[in-house]
Design a protein. Structure first.
Lengths: 75, 677
């Protein structure tokens, strides 16, 4: 599957994180359990593009602009 | 219990076997394996019938305890997160595991995601495994359900629910040992293992070699896997754990499911906006009606003005020239009696008149106005007295209100709703350079702008703080002001309400769009954890409310005094009057309001509800009301909020916003006046 970004993930689909943006936001993402190579489930795609993902039992909301910067493989 | 000679007893009376694990023969050995704090020792205790400490900290001892159970040797191991050689505990546990045939894996049902990693590794090792799902009673309390049958199916081994503390399910341990079997292994991993197994190395050790365990690799003198290889295997296993947990674990009870559904529905605007509507109505009844009307009415008027201010002023009046006007109102707020008492040398100098004053002013419905001759006494105890007004305002008006607001915020936060609201509104806030989190200070602004000013700290960047601060000062009416606006609007009909909402919304959109364009830098994106929805725990909510309310009062109180002091000085020096005169022409010709409305604007600088309340007696037409409430809403924040804003945002930004509200309020208010009046 070609590389894509998290904002393109479809509701209910599982994606694998390939690359996280650098900087402070990176450590925040890792602290929430999102790591390169990890898989997450796209729970919701809200109108406008805010993405709600599920990692283990934890649900995390990711803003559209941030989701665009997270490279993933869609499955 | 029978112990053999490799076992020693340490000082605590614990049984220990040392490094001599290699001497253990391979006949029917059962080993208990699990992560730290899974209740392993408790289960071992039950099986061996002897006393063992249930340790609370990972790896309190590196000792291995051994016992007999139904004729089989049984070993306890230190708590580990995985089989490898990262530390001594792991090394010891690894040795025992490699040497035994049957593994009883104790899993903490509350930490399935964490614990199953070890379980899958044990299964990948090709050992006979049975799983004890401990803390089975605890998960029921927490409204989580684990589908044990499904879990057993996915793992390919027996899974038995136990509660070591309550000793339930433990009778099935012997059948767990008997039924232990090789579980479902990951196929691709198994193929990779095959090449090592072909060199007549046991599968368990082959796996460790592939996972880069040097100790095991050295034993057979073959190269071990690279760190990258290990990471790949670990990540694959971690993902499998997550998939399994996804399939076997879910919210159990109806209420759990109900809240879960509400949580999902509140994310999407289509369903989330109606939910928000319901919540706002409930919040309105609690804060708008109960707290800010009934409770504050009692605390402010009865306790604050009636008891505290009356006694404080009366005490001061004993010693200083004072005129006291006492009005008596009946139940329908009609003036029924009035008397003025003059004490040119203080009340103590005229005991007879004082007695008369005391009995007259203590009638029901009495309201006393103290006019002090000395300007300094006025500064501290007068109508806007630094001591009298500020204490009443802080303790008897603001404090109950702040508690009410923080209580509601804590409820929304702990129920898991607030982060979902922030998520739902994220895209809308993006358009004005904010992210969904900004909803928190803005919501608090409807309570008290000062409180909201301090809360802007939780925003991610200076840019966002500036935008929210400006929105708060310009357009958000605080609860004190909202109450007066509601009263004014309720008598004026629907049209003024619509105009009011339209104008304020237009200003909000224009202002935030301009700021978003003008302010340099970038806003932070939303990244927020959505906790499980559920009924908040009252104890936590109360604790949060207490700490935040206390924190706010501690931080803001001083600035309220500073603000009151400044207004007091303005009043004594006559600046307040000059201001009023200056504003008068603007009020009459541009805003088309009566001259006295200027009073309301000047008072609005002190306390926003003072400003609005001044409009009650003016007999305004409905369109004049519209203009007036638009102007006071956009008008400068109260003095305390202004001072706190200066402190939070700096002198330059604070003054710019403050001046901006003057200009906007009169410009927009006048514009509306020219159109509708």
């Amino acid at each position: 599957m070609p590389n894509s970004t998290l904002d393109k993930a479809k509701k209910g689909k599982i994606v694998t994180i390939v690359n996280l943006p650098s900087g402070n936001i990176r450590s925040q993402l890792i602290r929430l359990g999102l790591t390169e190579g990890g898989t997450i489930k796209c729970l919701e795609r809200l109108p406008g593009g805010t993405i709600v993902i599920q990692k283990n039992r934890q649900e995390i909301a990711v803003g559209y602009d941030l989701a665009k910067k997270i490279k993933v493989i869609l499955q | 219990m029978k112990s053999d000679n490799i076992i020693n007893i340490d000082n605590n009376g614990k049984l220990i076997i040392d490094d001599s694990v290699s001497e253990i023969t391979n006949s029917e050995k059962v080993v208990l394996v699990g992560n730290p704090n899974v209740g392993k020792s408790c289960i071992f205790n039950f099986m061996s019938g002897m006393y063992v400490d249930v340790s609370n900290f990972p790896g309190t001892t590196v000792s291995i305890t051994k016992s007999n159970f139904n004729g089989k040797e049984i070993y306890d191991t230190p708590g580990i997160y995985g089989v490898s050689s990262f530390n001594d505990e792991e090394r010891v546990a690894k040795e025992i595991i490699l040497d035994s045939e049957i593994i009883i894996n104790v899993v903490n049902a509350l930490h399935l995601e964490r614990d199953l990693f070890l379980t899958l590794q044990l299964i990948d090792m090709g050992k006979k495994v049975s799983v004890l799902l401990n803390f089975a009673d605890e998960i029921k309390k927490r409204k989580i359900k684990i589908d044990t049958k499904k879990l057993s199916e996915l793992l390919g081994v027996e899974v038995i629910e136990t509660s070591a503390i309550n000793q339930t399910g433990l009778d099935k341990i012997s059948s767990a040992i008997q039924n232990a079997r090789v579980g479902n292994q990951q196929l691709d991993l198994h193929f990779m293992l095959q090449s090592i197994i072909d060199q007549s190395i046991p599968q368990s050790e082959a796996l460790l070699i592939l996972e880069g365990d040097e100790e095991t690799a050295n034993k057979y003198n073959i190269p071990c896997g690279t760190p990258d290889q290990r990471e790949n295997i670990y990540i694959g296993r971690r993902n499998r754990v997550n998939e399994i947990v996804d399939q076997v674990e879910y919210q159990d009870t109806k209420s759990g499911e109900f809240f879960n559904r509400i949580g999902r529905l509140s994310l999407n605007p289509k369903t989330g906006l109606p939910i928000l509507g319901v919540i706002l109505v409930l919040v309105y009844f609690f804060i708008g009606d109960l707290v800010s009307q009934q409770i504050v009415d009692f605390t402010e008027n009865t306790i604050g003005k009636g008891l505290f201010e009356y006694n404080a002023k009366s005490f001061v009046a004993d010693y200083t020239p004072t005129t006291i006007d006492v009005s008596i109102y009946d139940e329908s707020e009609k003036l029924v009696d009035f008397k003025s008492f003059n004490f040119p040398d203080g009340k103590n100098a005229n005991a007879q008149l004082n007695d008369e004053f005391v009995s007259f002013s203590n009638q029901p419905g009495a309201s006393s106005e103290f006019h002090f001759g000395n300007p300094f006494v006025r500064l501290f105890f007068g109508e806007f007295g630094v001591i009298t007004m500020t204490i009443t305002y802080l303790l008897f008006l603001l404090f109950p209100l702040v508690i009410g607001f923080y209580f509601v915020m804590a409820l929304l936060e702990d129920s898991g709703y607030l982060p979902r609201l922030a998520t739902m509104l994220d895209r809308t806030f993006n358009k004005i350079g904010l992210n969904g989190r900004a909803v928190i200070p803005i919501m608090l602004g409807f309570g008290c702008i000062t409180m909201a000013n301090i809360t802007t700290r939780l925003l991610g960047s200076e840019r966002e703080k500036s935008i929210v601060t400006a929105i708060l000062q310009f357009v958000i009416p605080c609860s004190a002001q909202l109450a007066v606006i509601t009263v004014l609007l309720s008598g004026a009909g629907l049209k003024p309400l619509l105009i009011f909402v339209f104008v304020i919304a237009t200003v909000l959109i224009t202002l935030s769009t301009i700021l978003n364009k003008l302010l340099p830098g970038e806003s932070t994106p939303l990244l927020i954890d959505l906790p499980i929805m559920g009924f908040p725990k009252l104890k936590n909510v109360l604790k949060k409310t207490y700490y935040r309310s206390w924190g706010f009062m501690k931080e803001a109180s001083f600035w309220f005094f500073v603000g009151a002091f400044a207004v007091g000085i303005f009043e004594i020096t006559g600046i307040l009057n000059i201001w009023q005169d200056l504003l008068a022409p603007l009020t009459t010709s541009w805003l088309k309001l009566p001259k006295e409305a200027a009073n309301a604007f000047v008072m609005g600088m002190v306390r926003r509800d003072f400003g609005a309340a001044g409009l009650f007696d003016l007999n305004l037409t409905s369109m004049q009301i519209t203009v007036a409430i638009i102007t006071i809403t956009l008008f400068v924040p109260c003095i305390a909020s202004f001072v706190v804003m200066l402190k939070e945002r700096g002198l330059k930004e604070g003054l710019t916003v403050w001046a901006g509200t003057w200009i906007t309020a009169f410009f927009i208010g006048g514009l509306v006046a020219q159109i509708v009046i």
